[in-house]
Design a protein around this ligand. Structure first.
Ligand code: ATP
Ligand code: MG
Length: 499
């Protein structure tokens, strides 16, 4: 009989210790160690394993025959876009997301679509009773779909049941944290159980050719709960995100062995379930506050699709010693960089101001191309000058203050035209690529200075006074000493230079 091995396993990262301790040294989290029986985790006793003779197996070439139609469309365009064109046979997907974001809703819809298309689709819920799942399906208008449903948590039972009859094309396990397997002793939801259950299900998927979707809980800081190692074991990790107060939901691939990771799927949560949003720009721009200072429309690219989104900035005099910098939907270090460039090269004084930046609609932007739109929004808020409502912005700002061209200029322009925008502020060097997009006036900028001067020329006198207010509020003047750029911080700097 196998000797029982007890160890203390960190529930955050999966590191194992022989003694309890308050802090996990691997991930730095406090009070996350729990006693677990890890006997089964090392499948067979050492004595048995070492005596088994290796079995020879066939080595194959890369040019073997592959199964036809390895991908299976889910029937939901936005979901297919993120997975890279549909579910791959024998692949395992992990879908993570905050509680109540709509994971079960999304997957109920996907299984129903598959079932309606005539495939065997199975939905196993470990969290809800069959009646509850049925209630949801009724609300979504999917009660008639021939989905096979069960409320089960034992991995062995699930695998035995699903091994009978035709191989299911899609199996949803909601959620992996509720599954347990006989081979390990720990309670469901512990790292050891999650890992062992995932391993068994993955083996079943590879052997049978069924596509399995595992739902994963997410911890406070947005990580999928349980061991990170599960993320490595599966073929793709999707994350379902959204702002609690808003109806938009964004599905994004964090990892994908069979497709790109830069595509996003956009959904809107309604009482009838998730509605696919095929033109996200319209959605993100639908509630624009035209004519208010501090907002700029950014022409971005998400994967292969252009997406126009509003960037909102608020620059307000601070009452704190260290001004606040808060950003939602964008990289905080990029914001710091843009602020530094504005201060150093354009004489825009922001060290006496709190700065808030928000990407409307709950979208998260990773592109450096958003620099120009962010800078325009910041300056617009600072000098209290609304930007033209029909203008879009894109371009990367370099540390020298130059505005650099970015990829896919023409796709961005086409989307802007489609949505009725009349002018584009873009990098000087992108003019050639911009071509003659009908009905667009191109306003090229070589450096950030000219953009700042342009916007500031519209500012109100009060706001212009504010921008230079800085000189008398610094408690740290003595420590810092005047920097070269500060000499330029006069209102003259903001006068329109091109007449
Ligand atoms: N009648 C309704 N009208 C509109 N939206 C609804 C309705 N019922 C539920 N919802 C939406 O569905 C969400 C719950 O969806 P779902 O159960 O799929 O989430 P989940 O991610 O699976 O949550 P959990 O982590 O608890 O399993 C709610 O937060 C709400 O936004
Ligand atoms: Mg759920």
């Amino acid at each position: 009989m196998a000797k029982t091995t007890l160890s203390f396993v960190c529930q955050n990262c999966g590191a194992a210790y022989s003694r309890w301790q308050g802090k996990c040294e691997a991930c730095g989290e406090w009070n996350t160690l729990a006693e677990e029986d890890t006997t089964g985790a090392t499948s067979a006793p050492v004595s048995l394993r070492s005596k088994r003779k290796g079995r020879t197996f066939q080595l194959e070439s890369l040019t073997g025959k592959s199964i036809d139609a390895p991908r299976l469309s889910s029937g939901m365009t936005e979901l297919d876009r993120v997975t890279g064109g549909g579910f791959v046979r024998g692949s395992v997907l992990l879908v993570g997301g905050d509680p109540g974001i709509g994971k079960s809703t999304l997957l109920t819809q996907a299984t129903s679509m598959m079932a309606r298309a005539g495939h065997r689709a199975v939905y196993i819920s470990g969290e809800e009773a069959v009646a509850q799942v049925r209630l949801r399906a009724e609300r979504l208008g999917l009660a008639d779909a021939p989905v096979q449903l069960a409320a089960e948590t034992s991995v062995e039972d699930i695998i035995s049941t699903l091994s009978e009859g035709t191989v299911p094309r899609l199996i949803v396990i909601d959620s992996i944290q509720t599954m347990w397997t006989d081979t390990v002793e720990s309670a469901p939801g512990t790292v050891t159980q999650v890992r062992a259950s995932a391993q068994k299900l993955i083996r079943f998927a590879k052997k049978s050719g069924a596509a399995i979707i595992l739902v994963g809980h997410v911890t406070k800081d947005g990580q999928i709960a349980g061991p990170r190692v599960v993320e490595h074991m599966v073929d793709a990790v999707l994350s379902f995100e959204g702002e609690g107060s808003q109806q938009f939901r964004i599905l994004r691939a964090v990892k994908n062995r069979f497709g790109p990771t830069d595509e996003i799927g956009v959904f809107e949560m309604t009482g009838l379930g998730l509605r696919e949003v095929t033109n996200p720009s319209e959605l993100f721009l639908s509630e624009r506050d035209l004519g208010s200072p501090g907002t700029a429309v950014f022409a971005g690219i998400e994967g292969t699709r252009p997406v126009l989104v509003e960037i909102q900035a608020l620059v307000a005099p601070t009452s704190l010693g260290t001004p606040r910098r808060a950003v939602v939907g964008w990289d905080p270090s990029r914001l710091s960089m843009v602020l530094a460039v504005l201060e150093a090269h354009c004489g825009v004084k922001l060290s006496g101001h709190d700065v808030y930046l928000n990407v409307a609609g709950g979208l998260r932007i990773n592109e450096p191309a958003a620099d120009l739109a962010a800078a325009a929004a910041l300056v617009s808020s600072l000098v209290n000058a609304p930007l033209p409502p029909d203008a879009v912005y894109f371009g990367e700002i370099s540390l020298s203050g130059a505005v650099r061209p970015v990829a896919q200029t023409s796709a961005r322009l086409k989307e802007a035209v489609k949505l009725g925008f009349g002018r584009v502020v873009l990098p000087e060097r992108a003019r050639g690529e911009a071509g003659g997009e009908a009905g667009l006036s191109l306003n090229t900028v070589g450096g950030l200075t000219s953009l700042v001067a342009d916007i500031a020329a519209r500012g109100t006198p009060r706001a212009r006074h504010d921008t230079t207010r800085q000189d008398d509020d610094g408690g740290d003047q003595g420590r810092r000493g005047p920097r070269p750029a500060e000499k330029n911080a006069t209102p003259a700097r903001f006068r329109r230079q091109d007449g």
